[in-house]
Write a protein that binds this ligand. Structure first.
Ligand SMILES: NC(=O)c1ccc[n+]([C@@H]2O[C@H](COP(=O)([O-])OP(=O)(O)OC[C@H]3O[C@@H](n4cnc5c(N)ncnc54)[C@H](OP(=O)(O)O)[C@@H]3O)[C@@H](O)[C@H]2O)c1
Length: 259
């Protein structure tokens, strides 16, 4: 019989997590959820005031969090600096990495995607996750394990007339998820992704009606919430997912299933 006390046991006690782009939105919810499960969390992004507020929210609830400023459009040096500072902030190697930060490219036709937007989207959405994984994996291997969760999108799985570039970066992240899982599973490192559908956050409140209309014909008929995405990340990060490698888990109310 299942012991009901097990349900209240924090699932990530002792883990050291970095959540990129956790100053707002889905990343903020992920940081709060991981901390709520006992992980020491590094909150990161460009907005120091917002990041500090997330850290205070975690601490006031009894959790452990630290803010590390980072601009992931800066390429190698900025990303390596974040990796180093994150380990210092939590007093040891990061063993749980959530690649969440993204440039949400505005709706545009292919002729509007100038080189600056292409470079920014590729830098933050693809290059930074790849550099962070390369930075953290050696210590994970040495420690005998670790977990990486990438935040993809249903946009990485469907064609769109207005978000080719954004969708391509998310498709790249889904592909990296499968390949990294294949390369790292034998070393005790699990790599998975979550692909949210249209998701309501505090920051996109002005678009909630638009998100509702976008999802009215999906199986569940509503947008998701950032907390629902965070719950999926917690599950994939936890010991309840020890045999799961390389999946991209849609959290989309059935959007992809019904295409
Ligand atoms: N909301 C949705 O409907 C939805 C659907 C599918 C997938 N997603 C995915 O979910 C993730 C979070 O999206 P969201 O809706 O929560 O968006 P958001 O509120 O705009 O959050 C994006 C985060 O990324 C950070 N970020 C952006 N550019 C950065 C840079 N150059 N350097 C460092 N950090 C940077 C931002 O922090 P700073 O501003 O502090 O830098 C922010 O914390 C993204 O990967 C997105 O693609 C969202």
């Amino acid at each position: 019989m299942t012991d009901v006390t097990a349900f209240s046991t924090p699932r990530l006690t002792g883990r050291r997590a970095l959540v990129t782009g956790s100053t707002s939105g889905i990343g903020r919810s992920i940081a709060l959820a991981l901390a709520g499960e006992g992980a020491a969390v590094v909150v990161s992004g460009r907005n120091t005031d917002a990041g500090t507020a997330v850290v205070e929210e975690v601490r006031s609830a009894g959790g452990a969090a630290h803010f590390v400023h980072a601009d992931l459009s800066g390429g190698g040096p900025a990303t390596i600096e974040l990796a180093k500072a994150a380990c210092e902030a939590v007093g040891g190697p990061i063993d749980l990495l959530v690649n969440n930060a993204a440039v949400l490219v505005p709706a545009q036709s292919l002729t509007e995607a100038d080189e600056r937007i292409i470079d920014a989207a590729l830098s933050v959405n693809v290059k930074a996750p790849a550099l962070l994984v390369a930075a953290f994996v050696p210590a994970m291997v040495e420690a005998g394990g670790g977990v990486i969760v990438n935040i993809g999108s249903i946009s990485g799985a469907v064609g769109s007339p207005v978000s080719a570039l954004y969708g391509a970066t998310k498709a790249a992240l889904h592909s990296l998820t499968a390949s990294w899982a294949a390369e790292l599973a034998s070393k005790g490192i699990r790599v998975n992704a979550v692909a949210p559908g249209p998701t309501m956050t505090d920051e996109n409140a002005a678009f909630h009606d638009m998100l509702r209309s976008l999802t009215v014909s999906t199986p569940e008929g509503r947008p998701g919430t950032s907390a629902e995405v965070a719950d999926a990340v917690v599950f994939l990060a936890s010991e309840q997912a020890t045999h799961i490698h390389g999946v991209t888990l849609p959290v989309d109310g059935g959007y992809l299933a019904a295409r």
